[in-house]
Design a protein. Structure first.
Length: 141
C-alpha cells in the first residue's frame, strides 16, 4: 500500500476494477483520507481487515461495531447499525448514510459527490474513542 495514497487529503477517483485504500479515523465527524469522488450509478464494494481496531477507553471494536447494552440508539447516528460500526454517506448527508461494517459487497451510488466515512456514534461523542481502520474500496462498475 502506498502511504501517500492513504494519508493525503486529496480527492481520488476509482476506475472500474480498481481499488484504493482509505484511512478512517474514529475521532472525526466525517473522515476518509484521501477523499473519494463518485458519480451516480457507480457500484462499489468495501472491506476492512478485521485486525484493524478502534477503541473507546478499554474496549476495542472492529469496523463491525458492537451491540453492547450501553450503546443505546440515541448514541448512534445510523440507528439500524451497531455502535462504532463503520458507516458511510455521500456529501455528508444524513439521508444518504449506509452501513459498511467489516464488509459491504455491493453499494450503488445514488448521488454524485464525495464518499465520507465515520464510526457510528452520536455527533456529540465525535471525539470519544481513538484508532483507525484502513478501508479498501473497489469499484465494481
Amino acid at each position: 500500500m502506498n502511504s501517500s495514497n492513504c494519508y493525503s487529503k486529496t480527492t481520488v477517483r476509482i476506475e472500474p476494477n480498481e481499488s484504493k485504500y482509505v484511512y478512517v479515523d474514529s475521532a472525526t465527524l466525517y473522515g476518509g483520507y484521501p477523499n473519494v469522488s463518485v458519480n451516480t450509478g457507480e457500484v462499489y464494494s468495501f472491506s476492512v481487515n478485521p485486525l484493524c481496531k478502534w477503541r473507546r477507553k478499554f474496549l476495542k471494536f472492529t469496523a463491525g461495531g458492537t451491540n453492547f447494552p450501553f450503546a443505546k440508539r440515541s448514541k448512534r447516528r445510523v440507528k439500524s447499525a451497531p455502535y462504532f460500526a463503520l458507516c458511510g454517506t455521500i456529501n455528508k448527508r444524513d439521508d444518504q448514510q449506509f452501513l459498511i461494517g467489516l464488509k459491504l459487497n455491493r453499494y450503488e451510488v445514488t448521488e454524485g459527490g464525495q464518499l465520507n466515512f465515520f464510526a457510528n456514534k452520536a455527533r456529540r461523542e465525535v471525539h470519544i474513542g481513538s484508532g483507525y481502520v484502513i478501508l479498501e474500496i473497489e469499484r465494481i462498475k
